[in-house]
Design a protein. Structure first.
Length: 196
């Protein structure tokens, strides 16, 4: 899935979930200070070492989903390897929250291959989440560049890809949120985007 409904003014900010505790905490505070909720696709190995964030993310009204166990190039894996990456992260999510979460995003690829789709479906994720707006924040292009990219490309139903583990992302989020709202776009979780 690359985007949500284009006929309604919702937009989903999705975050690849890993980073230093301070950075992720600051990102959550920035979202919450602006009454916005995001969808965090957690890397299982990160969440296993920072288990308190499972509750912190969900208690803030955000969503928590699966971004594979080790954030490897899943598109180059065989069926067993892809399944292991998805299943192991799902196990971490289930152990910490009682649920595998609704959303899965493959690691190191924008689009899921048939192998990835099959493995995700078997694990309980009927949808493989992509995006139509790549903030390119992982390249650390500068706060202004991140803001400009998101605001230039975002429109009704957009799914924005961002990364929790980058200081420039954390710094850009308040300006991104203000710019989206000025354009009449309401930031929300993926589930809210798909059910609005």
């Amino acid at each position: 899935m690359r985007n949500g409904p284009r006929n309604r003014p919702g937009i989903a900010l999705t975050f690849h979930g890993q980073g230093t505790p301070a950075m992720v905490r600051d990102l959550l505070i920035a979202l919450e200070d602006h009454a916005a909720r995001g969808t965090f696709l957690a890397v299982g190995s990160w969440l296993a070492t920072e288990p308190a964030f499972a509750g912190r993310i969900r208690n803030g009204g955000h969503e928590l989903g699966n971004h594979t166990m080790h954030h490897l190039a899943i598109a180059s894996m065989n069926r067993a390897g892809a399944s292991a990456e998805i299943d192991e992260c799902a196990d971490v999510l289930r152990r910490l929250t009682g649920s595998i979460g609704t959303w899965f995003r493959p690691s190191q690829t924008q689009f899921a291959t048939p192998t990835i789709l099959a493995a995700a479906t078997r694990a309980g994720y009927p949808t493989s989440l992509s995006y139509d707006v790549d903030s390119l924040d992982y390249t650390d292009p500068g706060v202004d560049a991140i803001v400009a990219t998101v605001l230039r490309l975002a429109r009704n139903g957009s799914i924005v890809s961002m990364h929790a583990g980058h200081a420039q992302t954390v710094a850009a989020v308040p300006t991104v949120l203000a710019g989206l709202r000025r354009r009449g776009l309401r930031p929300m979780t993926m589930t809210e985007l798909m059910s609005q």
